[in-house]
Design a protein around this ligand. Structure first.
Ligand SMILES: [Zn+2]
Length: 687
């Protein structure tokens, strides 16, 4: 096989991003990482390449410990739960890992620990002391996520030490106003701590040479561009250790209570998984990571580019005995019905739920996600498109062609492959076109253009459909059965070709098709030939490859999402927290009285303000109130109100407002008056 870098490789090590084990897999992960990786790997296997496909769960890091605290579980219980769900759903979707491991496995702790130790002994780290928040009661340094406080940008009182979810700002824990420990609720103190740093700045010249010069032409432009921008803005040393008790322990004396930072240990997980595979199979793992004739490819999403293109390669380079990735075909993001997929907002289509809701339809999801893979820019998944991809493409083109061919063969020739007789120009042209497809599909897959490859695969089904429609065997059988033999022979050869070239994309469909054709999967090298099925070969009875997807299940999925949206809206408008305590003396300073609105008019050139005249029992005074979007002047005249009478006068749009009427506001932002429930004289005190 030729390669885009014109280098020949003896074997392939293909990794896919380790999913974080604090939630299940959704379609965004699949479209960005696992479907493209699986297509690539299946294609390599069809080409009889020596390939190892590695996956596993990323099980360390702070978010898992937070989820564990929230759910009253241990971190191990959390990762056990999600590792199980993730692994099972991948298997059911036909993601064909050679090994699916996990970073809480002992073999990973041992591998990551040894990797760190070797780098440490080589003097690859720098040691730095820094001040970090510490919870005295809990006896713990606090990860950024474990500190909450007021956002310095927007005033949100529940911002985290690394991020404010209200305004989206990235924060550092020291910026938070009124910081509090999430462990005890106490105010944390600053305490000195020691950490090991990878001096990325020292690798900058080498990385510039390796990425910006050597991979200018073969890495995807989105990947190359992101690397360039990181390198252009200059790299800084990065801590590789953390004060935390969940993770791979730092294997040094005096490093108690410290673990490897999750970004350091997770990519080493690929190596650990390979070692686990080696133990299971008895094969040598070393060449897959240390031989120059191995092609290493990382499939990831765009949020992982810096780790796989800059940090992990710097680690591999520093350690000194490993190969570097040949390519990192990272994808952009997949959106869902126009909105960003979000685990915390439950805005996602979860794989394990899909598999229950659409049994036997793994390939429909694989097809839709490959067709919409966000290869060059963010893309969108919609249920309408999913339905259309099934009904108008898989069913109407692929399924229909195969079904017509097999049904006619059974009807006219008792289910035996008829002989190829005399061929006319159209037959000859079709035969030569068939031969072109495998090479075109292969070229697209090798260049990591999976959408293009998928479309080419469907073009072969389109060719078959067109050929059958134009040769009309159902019309010709009565008058020219010999001709029909040739037509159906060629159509069956197209079916056999489809079973090979669709396999990387639609493995379940390929298996069903092979069953109907009563044959085995041939290697990719055989595709393009029109002698895959011999005359006289007995076929099995036809069955449908795809069913129509009706409107009802689609509407049910859309409703599920609409319900999620409504739930999110309700949750977002939470009841405001109680304000800080005040004394009774503070309260008695407020002079609140009943009153009646006797006049009302809109304040010109404003949307919100009404100018009210209120009979307070003491006087008749003007109050400007921001209720014009809720009430018309006519609606409020005669309304009984409670007035904060001794509020200092304020000038609003040139009108002096003396006091404020009290309104209640609900979660949806609706206002209502607060007023006496009986006829009560104006000026009665409220206390
Ligand atoms: Zn904020």
């Amino acid at each position: 096989m030729t390669d885009t870098t014109n280098k020949t490789f003896k074997r392939y090590t293909v990794t896919s991003a380790l999913p974080y084990a604090n939630g299940p897999i959704h379609i965004g992960h699949l479209a960005g990482v696992y479907i493209p990786a699986d297509i690539y790997v299946r294609f390599l296997r069809a080409n009889r390449r020596d390939v190892l496909f590695i996956g596993g769960s990323d099980e360390h890091g702070v978010p898992i410990t937070i989820r564990a605290r929230k759910e009253g579980l241990t971190p191990q219980q959390v990762v056990d739960k999600y590792h199980g769900i993730i692994k099972k759903s991948f298997e059911e979707l036909g993601i064909s890992f050679d090994v699916y491991s996990r970073t809480s496995a002992p073999i990973h702790h041992e591998t990551a620990s040894a990797f760190f130790k070797k780098m440490y002994e080589q003097g690859d780290f720098i040691e730095k002391y820094s001040e970090q928040y510490y919870d005295v009661d809990a006896g713990h340094f606090l990860a950024d996520r474990y500190i909450t406080g007021t956002c310095p940008r927007c005033g949100n009182e529940r911002a985290y030490g690394d991020q404010c979810e209200n305004c989206g700002s990235t924060l550092s824990a020291t910026e938070l106003i009124n910081p509090k420990s999430a462990l005890s609720g106490n105010v944390p103190v600053m305490k000195e701590t020691k950490h090991w740093f990878l001096p990325l700045d020292q690798y900058e010249p080498w990385l510039k040479e390796w990425i910006l010069e050597s991979h200018r032409d073969d890495w995807k432009t989105n990947v190359y561009g992101q690397c360039k921008s990181w390198l252009d803005s200059g790299l800084q040393p990065r801590a590789v250790t953390r004060d935390l008790d969940w993770g791979v322990k730092v294997p040094l004396d005096g490093a108690e209570g410290k673990v490897l930072y999750v970004w350091f240990d997770a990519p080493i997980g690929y190596i650990s998984a390979t070692r686990e595979w080696s133990e299971q199979t008895g094969k040598d793992w070393v060449p897959y990571w240390k031989s120059a004739d191995t092609k290493l490819v990382h499939f990831i999403g765009k949020d992982n580019i810096v780790f796989h293109c800059i940090i992990f390669p710097a680690m591999l380079q520093a350690e000194g005995t490993y190969i570097l990735p040949d390519n990192v075909p990272a994808n952009e993001f997949l959106n869902l019905e126009g909105d960003k997929i979000s685990t915390s907002r439950n805005w996602a289509v979860w794989l394990h739920e899909y598999l229950v809701d659409f049994p036997g339809k793994q390939d429909v999801l694989r097809y839709t996600l490959a067709a919409n893979a966000p290869e060059t820019k963010d893309n969108d998944f919609t249920w309408k498109d999913f339905q259309a991809r099934n009904n108008s493409e898989l069913l109407a083109i692929f399924g229909n062609f195969v079904n017509r061919t097999l049904v006619l063969t059974h009807k006219y020739f008792g289910g035996e492959v008829p002989v190829l007789g005399e061929v006319n120009d159209y037959d000859r042209q079709t035969i030569s076109e068939i031969a072109e497809f495998p090479g075109r599909i292969a070229a697209s897959i090798e260049a990591y253009r999976f959408r293009e490859a998928l479309n080419e695969m469907m073009n072969l089904a389109r060719l078959g459909n067109k050929y059958l429609t134009e040769t009309e065997p159902w019309k010709n059988f009565a008058t020219n059965p010999e001709k029909v033999k040739t037509t159906l022979n060629i159509s069956l050869q197209i079916c056999a070709n489809l079973s090979i070239v669709c396999e990387p994309f639609l493995p379940f469909t390929s298996a069903r098709l092979l069953e109907m054709l009563n044959t085995n999967l041939e290697p990719w090298a055989e595709a393009g030939s029109c002698t895959l099925l011999q005359a006289g070969h007995k076929l099995n009875p036809p069955a449908f490859l795809f069913d129509r997807i009706e409107d009802e299940p689609i509407a049910a999925q859309v409703k599920k999402l609409t319900d999620t949206k409504a739930e999110n809206a309700a949750e977002n408008s939470v009841i405001a927290e109680q304000k800080p305590e005040i004394t009774y003396d503070d309260f008695t300073k407020l002079d609140m009285r009943t009153g009646t609105i006797i006049e009302a008019e809109k304040v010109p050139k404003t949307a919100k303000l009404l100018k009210l005249t209120i009979d307070t029992g003491i006087d008749k005074r003007t109050v400007v109130s921001g209720i014009a979007e809720h009430y018309t002047p006519e609606q409020v005249i005669g309304q009984k109100v409670v007035l904060l009478a001794n509020l200092a006068p304020r000038n609003l749009k040139g009108i002096e407002s003396k006091g404020m009427i009290l309104m209640a506001e609900n979660k949806e932002g609706k206002l209502c008056f607060v007023s006496p429930t009986e006829a009560f004289g104006n000026g009665s005190e409220v206390r």
